[in-house]
Design a protein around this ligand. Structure first.
Ligand code: AMP
Ligand code: MG
Length: 410
């Protein structure tokens, strides 16, 4: 029997999901600190030049080139500090002592660093050639007043927010947070801290997804564990849909007898159930509820984490207004260990990427790859991405790897 018939490739599933959703339109205006990790809702235009004025890039002396021709020592006419410009008269044949960040005095054509001068009672001598414009940071060199500094859709991080501070911008209009309602399904699930009866296990998926949602800057509505009971599940789906932009469930999406999600969702919305051609993580559901989008993750913990990472993460990025996220960067590395693989599904094995003594990228398996072996995420630092039709990989063969991002501590 062909176990791979009817499986859909990851990129087709992702394309279908992303083509259906568009970014949230609601926004809010927040102070810079609160904008961390958020997405700009509008283009941001600079009200200022940065730097705001021509200033010294070094501690030294401000000079006019004509005064240097005679190569004689020049008396010092005064001093300029950052925040305290030189405001006196600047007579011909003199120089001005200047510190880094101080505005250069009008007429200044170069700043000479202190190390290229000699001081004596007669004044300052310039002992190295001086080039017009040297060590002067020009007004507007970094950012011009009126220029669009960032476009709508720009994610605001520690790379962007300080730039906005340098422009004197105190608040930014950002897309509102995506609201995500989350629950896990399964009669066997208990909360950590509770005793276990026979056949019961602790709910781990809800914590995985909750933590990842928080790291992605979503507002999380955690609805707990829902037993495999059609009436309770129905009620939960309706409640979740009314509160959230996205509803995420885990478990109950395969073909077992307690897998009610499919029947319920056929009734409540339009849902596509996919068997993804990936490993781990075959069963996955995506669709539209009356008010929200729905993602049904598989129950196996590694599969739930992987499908969230590969499919839900880009979906949330699009909803939150971010400009199209580039495909994850994949690197080529040499496998140090044999990797078991049967053809038919794109495999995301967990590996450890490192450099060998020659500086080449090498990767080894974290060990057993079962969809219940969650410790592999902590032991690994990357996915080893093995092409769909590939079979076993022998040590020494080239493979593609994708470093974990911040969701797994990367
Ligand atoms: P299911 O997709 O509901 O058939 O579940 C597949 C496997 O994942 C079963 O072994 C479940 O017990 C397990 N599982 C389901 N949900 C969770 C969860 N929230 N935490 C840990 N394991 C789970
Ligand atoms: Mg279940």
């Amino acid at each position: 029997m062909d176990h791979t018939a009817g499986l859909i490739p990851l990129d087709s599933a992702l394309e279908q999901m992303l083509s259906r959703v568009s970014k949230l339109t609601a926004c809010e205006t927040l102070p810079l600190l609160a904008c961390f990790g958020r997405v700009a809702a509008q283009d941001i235009v600079s009200p200022l030049n940065v730097p705001g004025f021509d200033n010294a890039a070094m501690d030294g002396y401000a000079v006019r080139l004509a005064d240097l021709v005679a190569n004689a020592p020049l008396p010092v006419a005064g001093k300029a500090f950052a925040g305290q410009p030189f405001s006196g008269e600047w007579p011909a044949g003199s120089c001005v002592r200047i510190m880094t960040g101080a505005p250069v005095p009008p007429g200044c054509e170069a700043v000479v660093m202190q190390e290229e001068t000699e001081q004596s009672d007669a004044g300052v001598r310039f002992i190295a050639p001086v080039r017009a414009g040297q060590h002067i940071r020009r007004a507007g060199e970094d950012i011009r007043a009126g220029a669009a500094v960032y476009r709508a859709g720009q994610k605001l991080t520690a790379a962007e927010l300080p730039v906005l501070a340098s422009l004197g911008i105190a608040e930014v209009s950002v897309v509102r947070k995506v609201r995500v309602a989350l629950f896990s399904t399964g009669d066997e699930l208990r909360l950590p801290g509770q005793p276990l009866d026979e056949g019961q296990i602790y709910d781990t998926n809800r914590l995985t997804v909750h933590l990842m949602l928080e790291q992605l800057g979503c507002e999380v509505i955690n609805l707990g564990i829902i037993p495999d009971d059609p009436a309770l599940l129905r009620e939960t789906f309706i409640r979740a849909d009314q509160q959230a932009d996205v509803v995420i469930s885990t478990g109950g999406v395969s073909v077992g007898e307690a897998d009610y999600t499919k029947t319920l969702l056929d009734e409540l919305g339009e849902i596509t159930f996919w068997k993804l051609a990936i490993k781990p993580g075959k069963p996955f559901a995506f669709g539209k509820l009356p008010h929200s989008w729905f993602c049904g993750l598989p129950g196996n913990p590694v599969s739930a984490a992987l499908t969230f990472y590969q499919l839900v993460q880009p979906l949330l990025a699009k909803l939150s207004g971010g400009s199209a996220s580039p495909l994850p960067l994949r690197l080529r590395a040499r496998a140090l260990t044999r990797l078991k693989k049967s053809p038919g599904r794109l495999d995301f094995q967990r590996g450890r990427l490192a450099r060998d003594e020659n500086g080449e990228l090498v990767v080894s398996s974290t060990g057993p790859q079962g969809s219940h072996i969650f410790s592999s995420f902590s032991q690994g630092n990357c996915f080893i991405v093995l092409e769909r039709e590939r079979g076993n990989v022998e040590a020494g063969e080239w493979v593609e790897v994708e470093m974990f991002n911040h969701l797994f501590g990367g």
